[in-house]
Design a protein around this ligand. Structure first.
Ligand code: ADP
Ligand code: MG
Ligand code: ZN
Length: 473
């Protein structure tokens, strides 16, 4: 039987506020342990929380960007459980009255977005930190109380690849919103994946498992793939998937059980009595709206409809904000044509820069626009322009000057081109014969020969035309 994966994602995003969710402590960026704490985030008795308005505003921006319904009022709940990184014995989160509901990003629907506080950081000190002979763990409360938005999707994702692609889109969107630094290695964007499988064609959902806390797109994709394979193995051998919380180890590719899945009632959720409801004022909403930039999905749409890019090229650019910005700046400069410019960026520039930010590279947007212009005007061939781009990436500079200095200008002197074609035909008499008899397949050999001789300065189309006329075809 064929099985179809069903996947829903839960994403925790650390919000870029100045201070924590419920106290005045500044957010920590690698400060010495326990230097960003106060009675509230240490959970000392009698200390009272106050909700951070800026975190609510950033939460609203996320809700607006994902086209959610924003609740006019929402409330905080206590989620009760014991763990050493949770000093109060509960996490302040939202439960049945979240800040935002519904919405979508691309083809994945959003279930809800709510606000909560992060836990502290537990550091396992290992054998260097023994107490009474046992390995000790220590707690750093600097991160405790950092504002988080949790984004929960509907189970609309159907493959590991779609999950990682969609998460990239979400990350670009959040980065563009400026609500988080979305740094996955540092944990400011963390993802849990809920996974089940069902026979293709079935409308019912299977039992899901939850893969916890994956912190890179590659691990997410591999982890989901491994879990789908594990579930298929169980079902195909007549077993049943058990609902549980799992951990994926990227080093070994193995999946281990963390705990059997807890239910909502295990947490004894109840309304947080120390906080008043969040009431969204017109003023707060207006300021969240005013701060919204054009988002990647809309930008891709605009590149497609207004500039005529293919859907794929538009997405390649728009979903990498730094490339989209580079592109738009290049377009402004010399009014060069949108489509060739986009193709040069997505095909050639990205391949040369890898993960480097184009804005930090030696190639300026204006220089690339100029180079693409030279190609359009046939002053330099595609092959020649690729060599110019190599130089620009290595050393920067002015494309026209590089063409001049390196002698890479397209051959406009027909005498030189004529000579090169004659030489190529003379060097390949058998091929010349086949062409003459009407077999055009080996034309590439002649073009290749001419290209080598002219260091890529000849135009392939022009060479073909001249060969045909010379051979009387
Ligand atoms: P829980 O109560 O276990 O937290 P929720 O209904 O809140 O479950 O859903 C949590 C996440 O799991 C959501 O992202 C949702 O889309 C996803 N999900 C729910 N049911 C399934 C399923 N059968 N298979 C895969 N994902 C699911
Ligand atoms: Mg849940
Ligand atoms: Zn504090």
């Amino acid at each position: 039987m064929n099985y179809e994966p069903v996947i829903g994602l839960e994403i925790h995003v650390q919000l870029s506020t100045r201070t924590k969710m419920f106290c005045g402590c500044e957010l920590s960026f690698g400060e010495p342990p326990n230097t960003r704490t106060c009675p509230v985030c240490l959970g000392l008795p009698g200390a009272l929380p106050v909700a951070n308005e800026e975190a609510i505003r950033l939460g609203l921006m996320i809700g607006l960007a994902l086209e959610c319904d924003l609740a006019p009022t929402s409330i905080f709940h206590r989620k009760n459980y014991f763990y050493p990184d949770l000093p109060k014995g509960y996490q302040i989160s939202q439960y049945d009255e979240p800040l935002c509901r519904g919405g979508h990003l691309g083809d994945v629907r959003i279930h809800r977005v709510h606000l909560e506080e992060d836990a502290a950081k537990l550091v396992h000190a290992g054998s260097s930190g023994r107490i009474h002979g046992s390995e000790a763990s220590v707690v750093d409360f600097n991160r405790g109380g950092t504002p988080l938005a949790e984004i929960v999707t509907e189970p609309d994702v159907r493959s590991a690849e779609q999950a990682s692609e969609w998460l990239r889109l979400l990350r670009t969107t959040l980065r563009r919103l400026g609500v988080s630094d979305v740094n996955m290695e540092e944990g400011s964007l963390r993802c849990d994946a809920n996974i089940s499988i069902r026979p293709v064609g079935s409308q019912e959902f299977g039992t899901k498992t939850e893969l916890k806390n994956m912190n890179s797109f590659r691990f997410i994709q591999r982890g989901i793939e491994a879990e789908i394979a594990r579930q298929k193995g169980i079902v195909e051998s007549g077993g049943q998937v058990e609902q549980e919380t799992l951990h994926f180890d990227p080093a070994t590719g193995s999946i281990t059980s963390l705990r059997s899945k807890e239910e909502a009632h295990d947490y004894r959720y109840f309304p947080e009595p120390d906080l008043i409801p969040i009431a969204i004022t017109e003023e707060l909403l207006a300021s969240a709206r005013a701060a919204l930039p054009e988002l990647p999905a809309a930008r891709a749409q605009r590149f497609e409809s207004e500039l005529g890019l293919s859907a794929d090229t538009a997405k390649l650019l728009a979903f990498r904000t730094e490339y989209a910005d580079f592109y738009e700046e290049a377009l402004e400069g010399n009014g060069s044509e949108p489509v060739p410019l986009a193709n040069w960026i997505t095909n050639e520039l990205t391949a040369r820069l890898g993960d480097e930010d184009p804005q930090q590279s030696k190639v300026s947007p204006a220089a690339l626009a100029q180079l693409v212009g030279l190609v359009s005007e046939k002053k330099v061939t595609n092959a020649g322009a690729r060599q110019v781009l190599d130089k620009l990436v290595a050393d920067g500079g002015d494309p026209a000057a590089i063409v001049e200095a390196e002698g890479l200008g397209a051959l406009d002197d027909t005498g030189e081109l004529d000579g090169a074609i004659d030489a190529a035909l003379a060097a390949n008499p058998d091929i010349a014969e086949r062409l003459r008899s009407g077999d055009m397949k080996p034309m590439g050999v002649i073009i290749g020969h001419v290209m080598r001789e002219t260091k890529g300065r000849a135009d392939g189309g022009e060479v073909t035309r001249l060969v045909r006329s010379k051979l009387g075809l």
